[in-house]
Design a protein around this ligand. Structure first.
Ligand code: SIN
Length: 531
């Protein structure tokens, strides 16, 4: 057993900024960050567009950013949270700069500001089209200077240490405590109990519950699933955001993102034969919020039967394009697509989950001593649809608040670990006999197919009812497998994805009206969409 003061699960912007903050305020605190892959692998790393924050107060102001966020969220946001995040934004952004993150500037030392769907002003600060990569670099360099923070890579969290592992215990809401986690050390192949006074879940999203996603392979909803298993509150899982423009590929899995900032700089959507279509769906056309643009593309593809639509960049300034989007430009060329000679073929792909672990404004979950920050949460910021580039800001602001609250609790609380005595060691012996990777990957594919076909951008009552039935069958098969196959991260991820699908399907079925990213054609009064 390893003991620490603070256990951080996940190494994206939320987990890293939280750890740095605690270390700055309480340098004697022992902090362990665990991550299931390499230390820099996270959803953050793949953020292209940037971070939405008001920096140019001549044209922009907090109220405009607040209004854009509420409009995108279809009124389902928590207004107080929206105001807090946006008003704290500039201070948190400055800290990120102070930790060494570089953002693009013009010759007058003003930030270059990009634009994305749903924003009424240019306010996205960015580092070319690899903003997330740059943020990870700067944060990890800062982390590595702090001797009280250790990063354990390839450490996979299987479950939280809470009373729900005590045999024959009745769980009472608000009386569940977290004492750390059971963690599989993937290099040494042993399971460790890491105990902590405070645990933070910052595990990111769950894009791989679908066949096609812009998320890296680590995005399997682990944190949401293990908090749900520990009886923590999870909500808004019906709100799944599909990014309108992932680069089309014949292969399933992680699709390369063509940032919305490309449309912000003037690219136009069109059918394969060059017909523009966004004017039919929204007066803001390409700059409508993501839910609207993704549904419009989905509809156009259903009408035409094509596999993709085009993104036309040919009228854009090539020099500026290459300067702002060097990574996208190179990727297109490497796929044999010259964006200045032909359309970029694009499709919508699962991108961001608005729902998750319910947290208050300090990032506290419904389980005592368990915090959660970032995409794995429902913090109230995004409502039914996240405004582009608001998520890095959310990670910073909630990472900060959670750190302040953690420091306060560490100073005043007597953490009682008595209950730990009744939480058993993880017992793998005796029952686990087989390594069944073929079944693991077969069931994962079945789940992803089912979610993509039945619980996609446009849903219906019949599709959701069938999904509920199919999900229960897959759940049963995975439970059986879990009982006899040797525990592996792949098996545990599958179990988590099955939990995520349960939450998405059941919370979708509870909806009585369409909101933001959630769209059930049977709930629509007048529909623009064919299927
Ligand atoms: C993008 O660059 O289009 C993605 C930005 C985001 O998801 O916020």
């Amino acid at each position: 057993m390893i003991k620490t003061d603070v256990l951080v699960i996940g190494s994206g912007i939320s987990g890293l900024s939280y750890a740095i903050k605690i270390s700055e305020k309480m340098p004697e605190t022992q902090i362990i960050i665990v991550t299931k892959s390499d230390e820099d692998e996270s959803n953050t790393k793949y953020a292209q567009g940037g971070l939405a924050v008001v920096t140019n107060f001549d044209n922009d102001n907090f109220q405009k950013h607040i209004d854009d966020t509420l409009r995108a969220g279809d009124g389902e946001n928590n207004r107080e949270v929206v105001e807090m995040v946006i008003k704290e934004g500039p201070a948190r952004f400055q800290e990120l700069v102070d930790w060494g993150t570089r953002f693009d500037m013009d010759n007058n030392s003003h930030y270059k500001l990009g634009r994305e769907g749903g924003h009424t002003e240019n306010r996205i600060v960015h580092h070319k089209d690899i903003t997330g990569f740059e943020i990870e670099r700067a944060l990890l360099e800062t982390i590595n200077k702090n001797k009280n923070i250790s990063v354990l890579d390839h450490h996979y969290v299987i479950d939280l240490l809470t009373e729900h592992h005590v045999p024959n215990t009745t769980m009472v809401e608000n009386e569940i405590n977290c004492y750390g986690a059971y963690i599989l050390d993937q290099k040494n192949k042993n399971i460790k109990k890491i105990t902590a006074k405070i645990t933070l879940v910052a595990t990111g999203g769950a894009g791989h519950v679908y066949k096609n996603t812009t998320n890296p392979t680590i995005a399997t909803g682990d944190g949401i699933a293990f908090v749900h298993r520990a009886k923590g509150k999870v909500s808004n899982m019906q709100y799944m955001q599909f990014h309108p423009t992932a680069l089309y590929s014949k292969l399933d899995g992680m699709l390369f993102l063509i940032s919305e900032a490309v449309r912000g700089d003037g690219a136009k959507l069109c059918s394969k034969d060059g017909q523009p279509f966004m004017q039919k769906y929204d007066e803001r056309e390409e700059m409508a919020s993501r839910d609207i643009v993704a549904r419009a593309i989905d509809n156009e593809l259903k009408i035409s039967g094509d596999d993709f639509v085009g993104l036309d960049c040919q009228k854009m300034d090539k020099e500026k394009f290459v300067e702002h989007f060097p990574n996208i430009y190179q990727k297109c060329l490497s796929e044999g697509i010259d964006p200045f000679q032909q359309y970029i073929p694009v499709v919508p792909a699962c991108h961001y989950l608005m729902g998750g672990i319910v947290v208050n404004k300090d990032g506290q979950s419904s389980i005592n001593n368990l915090f959660a920050v970032g995409e794995c949460t429902n913090s109230g910021l995004h409502g039914a649809n996240r405004l582009a580039s608001n998520s890095l800001l959310e990670g910073l602001v909630f990472g900060h608040n959670a750190a302040i609250k953690t420091v306060e609790l560490l100073k005043i609380n007597n953490f009682n670990f008595d209950a730990l005595k009744s939480i058993p060691e993880w017992n793998e012996e005796g029952m686990k006999i087989m390594d069944e990777m073929v079944l693991v990957s077969y069931l994962r594919k079945q789940l992803q197919e089912m979610m993509s076909d039945l619980v996609g951008i446009v849903r219906s009552n019949a599709r959701l009812e069938l999904a509920k039935k199919k999900q229960a069958e897959i759940y049963q098969a995975v439970q059986e497998l879990y009982n006899y196959a040797i525990l592996s991260p792949q098996l545990s991820e599958l179990r988590n994805l099955v939990d995520i699908s349960y939450l998405v399907i059941h919370q979708s079925l509870e909806m009585t009206e369409n909101k933001g990213a959630f769209y059930n054609k049977d709930l629509a009064k007048h529909s623009l969409y064919i299927q």
